[in-house]
Ligand binder design. Sequence first.
Ligand SMILES: *Cc1c(COP(=O)(O)O)cnc(C)c1O
Length: 296
Amino acid sequence: MLLDLPRAPLQPLRLSWLAEAGIEAAILRLDLIDPLISGNKSFKLQHHLLAARAAGCRGLISLGGAHSNHLHALAAAGERLGLRTVGLLRGHAQVTPTVIDLQRWGMELHWLGYEGYRQRHREDFWASWQARYPDLLPVPEGGGGLLGAKGCAALRVQVQAQLADIGWDDFEAWWLAVGTGTTLAGLVLAEGGQRRIYGALAVGPGHGVQEQVNALCGERGHTLLDASRGGFAKTDSALLAFMRDCEAEAGIPLEPVYTAKALWALREAATAGVLAAGSRLVFVHTGGLQGWRAAP
Ligand SMILES: *Cc1c(COP(=O)(O)O)cnc(C)c1O
């Protein structure tokens, strides 16, 4: 009951503004690992799946929004592995490309409304759902927690194994988009102080992400930067134009909720001299392209 995750390709990332700042970058393409279970969510699910098996559960129950990359990966994994999945959704029933996939893969959906979804942080939130689904393992939002972080150590292994292929002997830092901070925490733990991890926050300030990250992996080895541009999933024409430019120049598909904002923050840091000329870094393409299908 584990996902067989193929190796994500590590490719040179060629962008003029990186070259101008004297920064060499490579991109780990998590968007390419699997046509259905893509991005960082598949890595975050691994140890939740193992825990479900160890506990003798028939499946998993989790929560997310109507475009959730996490629920999408969970539903696809459940279908592939023969596990029952239940999704608790934010807001009121709506049809999105993501929701259509969830239903197609047999995920049972419950729409909690907005107020109901806010209750997820209460201590007794899971009790009634566990009474209703006693043989399903609850998975925190976004596949988070220490189990989620543990699965992301595999990213470091995959990069190490491919450094020689792109002509590198080493690199200094990681750069990636941050939602809950679970993936970043997993990398911090895997690095054990060797390389710094820069996280570009896709959620607005005041969501306690820094505290959450510190609780998972301690206070060292990472830097969080605000990249939310006014809030989660908020976009604007400058961001979208930048995204299209990067897509065209690098030949890589992006989406504006996470990956384009993380690149924007990288450009700001590169042009501001936060990253020294001559440094090498690995940018993690965390996927998320499925969630952007609904956009015009
Ligand atoms: C969920 C997600 C993230 C954030 O991952 P966390 O581990 O929650 O920080 C980043 N990028 C994409 C595309 C995602 O779907």
